[in-house]
Design a protein around this ligand. Structure first.
Ligand SMILES: [Zn+2]
Length: 296
């Protein structure tokens, strides 16, 4: 199975869809972390969801999906960034060794924030409470409340692979079917067919097979699939900027106690180590960021 996002359209029904499948992307996101299975599943669902959401927006911006757990919950945060180029990165902050449980059990009565940051233009953020039925139900609520778009989502993850499918009414400005010619049963029929998709099919069959199995009696236009991959944006420069943001006093205190300052990227797990010479250089060079590839 390849990592991709596949757009499709029921042209004469004014409905759109997207199938996302993640394999290497999720494995890479989990590679340098020892996530318990329940946490890896949560991350996988979050990454599939972010890729689906990213595919529905028309701007070029980055989409961030951020789940914040209730105070004291096993999971305090699930954070996923999805870029228009098809790259994803994500991480989960948790405590203890949660063994099982979905979103509601792991995060309690938390909330979900969707943030879209276009290259140019206004940043947008929508926030909804977590639905006890999981992330897919939470996002259906988000689409309903913030965009008034009837949507059906299916998310699945077995800890190694993740998948998602979205079926959604087109926004009013994109609809092409005149009202009197609209099929009144379309939403119910397509929704019923979509509901027959099993988690296993979503994780094991490729998107052509899935679309054929579900919708072979419908007229479906299938677009070119977009490849997806994990990519982290951390770098020596970015970590140095974080250290400068912490301030001289705190950084020098860690240096004195530990002999070096070590920072671990929470997305890819890369370690950045700064000895006393490096730290002096980072702190001295406040105006211009040092070229710090040597810190890798
Ligand atoms: Zn990184």
């Amino acid at each position: 199975m390849s990592d991709s996002s596949q757009r499709f359209l029921f042209e004469d029904l004014d409905l759109r869809g997207e199938v996302v499948q993640l394999d290497e992307t999720l494995k890479t996101a989990c590679a340098n972390h020892s996530y318990p299975a329940a946490i890896a599943r949560l991350l996988g669902e979050g990454m599939a969801a972010a890729a689906l959401m990213r595919a529905t927006i028309r701007t070029d911006g980055t989409l961030t999906l951020q789940v914040e757990g209730e105070e004291g919950a096993a999971v305090s945060m699930v954070l996923v960034h999805a870029d228009p180029e098809g790259t994803l990165r994500g991480t989960v902050r948790y405590q203890g060794e949660p063994r099982e449980g979905g979103l509601a059990r792991l995060c309690g009565a938390g909330r979900l924030a969707i943030t879209i940051e276009p290259e140019n233009g206004q940043r947008y953020q929508g926030i909804v409470g977590l639905d006890e039925n999981g992330l897919a139900a939470t996002l259906e609520g988000y689409f309903h409340d913030s965009e008034q778009l009837p949507s059906r989502l299916h998310l699945a993850c077995d800890g190694e692979r993740a998948g998602g499918m979205l079926i959604q009414q087109l926004p009013p400005e994109s609809r092409s079917v005149v009202e009197r010619e609209r099929d009144p049963d379309a939403w119910a029929r397509i929704g019923y067919l979509a509901e027959t998709l099993s988690d296993r099919e979503l994780l094991e069959r490729d998107h052509h097979e899935i679309l054929h199995r579900l919708f072979h009696q419908e007229t479906v236009r299938v677009f070119e699939a977009q490849p997806l991959a994990f990519r982290c944006r951390c770098s020596g420069d970015r970590i140095a900027a974080v250290l400068r943001g912490l301030g001289r006093e705190e950084v020098e205190q860690v240096l004195a106690e530990e002999g070096a300052v070590e920072v671990r990227c929470e997305f890819c797990g890369a370690r950045y180590r700064y000895d006393s010479v490096d730290v002096a250089q980072v702190l001295a060079d406040v105006a211009a960021a040092p070229g710090s590839d040597s810190y890798h």
